[in-house]
Ligand binder design. Structure first.
Ligand SMILES: [Zn+2]
Length: 410
């Protein structure tokens, strides 16, 4: 490599090891290389000695000490030599950045900083370098299915509190490909642009929810792909409608009869779960409620019936079921359910694509990744800025290739 360890010094304070310093010198007879073109060049002069934090050895903070040479490159003039453990102007060795970044995936960044006696900032910069390396070296040529979704983070309902995420949801590789602020057309366009036209034109399936800006951009840019609506979101819309009916009815009943109002008390969660999953006392209450003529019971029944839709094998039968269900919902006199029915009708073609995709698209994949993202964003107070959170998301969910390190310490 052209460098040798000259000596290692252990510094102690009151009998306790405090730091290890490893002095490095150029290998005699091997010329320095230009840091721009990596070609050997004639020596010019030496700069003052610098220190780079290295991976702690036996838990003791460890430093490299070296006085970089400047070389006279035929092409680039006088420049600092190439230093293999160093990355440009970054103050920490590559090995240390890789080390901190790998630990930063298992522990929080704050914990990582504490354990290895460095700063939060230093962990952040290390992860950032790691992620940037991964993003420039990742391969996207086998992406066939995309999942597009929105993630809520922060507080309140301002547009800034949403993220648009793009996943690869192919069975062999599920990962986060892109994340951006807001959930507008511009956001998604920006995301697809980042993936590049080759990826977008090569897509076979795209899965998203019914959010209009997404639908528009996907239709315009990936028209060749089969666009499938996300089953999870449709279930969410149905649940929200049931809940609206329940709340309105609950208010109405409390004004009239206490006994009937009791039937709706504490029923929010049993009503939102899949019927077959409600057991025990909650089941008894649910059965009693369903036997009543309450609007909530009818709304619940509609929601529960819709679950059959997903079990069809043939597009034709699924379509027939959808028509039947919407017809019933429209006659239910339950405004929230009618609203869902109108929405499903408006998106009938995309809904039926679920059956045309014949199980090639897994909504569970999108939901699983969404859940993992929420785990990371929930810790977002520890990230201080959006940029730091974005880096953390790519780091934990991007399945990025990692820079090779000559030393692997973890
Ligand atoms: Zn050069």
């Amino acid at each position: 490599m052209g460098f040798v360890y000259e000596e290692a010094q252990l510094h102690c304070r009151q009998g306790q090891p405090e730091a290890i310093e490893i002095r490095i010198v150029p290998h005699g007879g091997i010329r320095g290389r230009c840091s721009l073109c990596q070609r050997p060049a004639a020596g010019y002069d030496r700069l003052p000695e610098r220190r780079w934090p290295f991976v702690p050895l036996w838990g003791i903070p460890t430093w490299f000490r070296y006085a970089p040479r400047r070389v006279q490159c035929a092409e680039h003039g006088v420049v600092v030599e190439q230093i293999p453990w160093s990355e440009g102007k970054r103050p920490v060795t590559r090995a240390m950045m890789g080390f901190l970044a790998r630990w930063g995936r298992r522990l929080s960044w704050r914990e990582t900083a504490q354990v290895f006696q460095t700063s939060w900032e230093s962990v952040y910069r290390s992860v950032e370098w790691f992620v940037q390396w991964g993003l420039t070296h990742r391969k996207l040529h086998e992406v066939e299915s995309l999942g597009v979704g929105e993630i809520y983070w922060g507080h309140g309902l301002r547009a800034d509190n949403f993220l648009t995420v793009i996943y690869q949801i192919d069975a062999p590789c599920r990962r986060l490909l892109w994340v951006g602020k807001r959930r507008s057309e511009a956001t998604l366009r920006q995301g697809l642009k980042a993936l590049g036209p080759e990826v977008v034109q090569g897509l076979r399936f795209v899965c998203s929810d019914m959010w209009k800006p997404y639908l528009k951009v996907i239709a315009a840019q990936a028209g060749q792909a089969l666009h499938v609506l996300d089953r999870f979101h449709i279930t969410t819309y149905l649940n929200q409608a049931v809940d609206q009916v329940r709340r309105a009815e609950s208010t109405r009943l409390r004004a009239q009869s206490q006994q009937q109002a009791q039937q709706l008390k504490h029923m929010r969660w049993p009503l939102l779960r899949r019927g077959s999953r409600v057991r025990g006392r909650a089941r008894q209450k649910l059965d009693a409620l369903l036997a009543s003529k309450l609007a909530t019971a009818r709304a619940w029944d509609l929601k529960e019936t819709f679950a059959h839709f997903w079990s069809y094998k043939s597009v034709i039968w699924a379509e027939a079921f959808l028509d039947y269900w919407c017809y019933r919902a429209m006659r239910s006199r339950l405004e929230p359910m009618k609203k869902v029915a109108r929405m499903l009708r408006d998106h009938e073609e995309l809904l039926l694509n679920w059956f045309r995709a014949k199980g090639e698209v897994s909504n569970a994949a999108v939901e699983g990744l969404n859940n993992k993202i929420r785990v990371v964003t929930r810790r977002s107070c520890g990230f201080r800025t959006y940029e730091a959170m974005e880096i953390a998301l790519y780091h934990t969910l991007g399945r990025l290739p990692e820079p090779e390190s000559t030393h692997r310490f973890c």
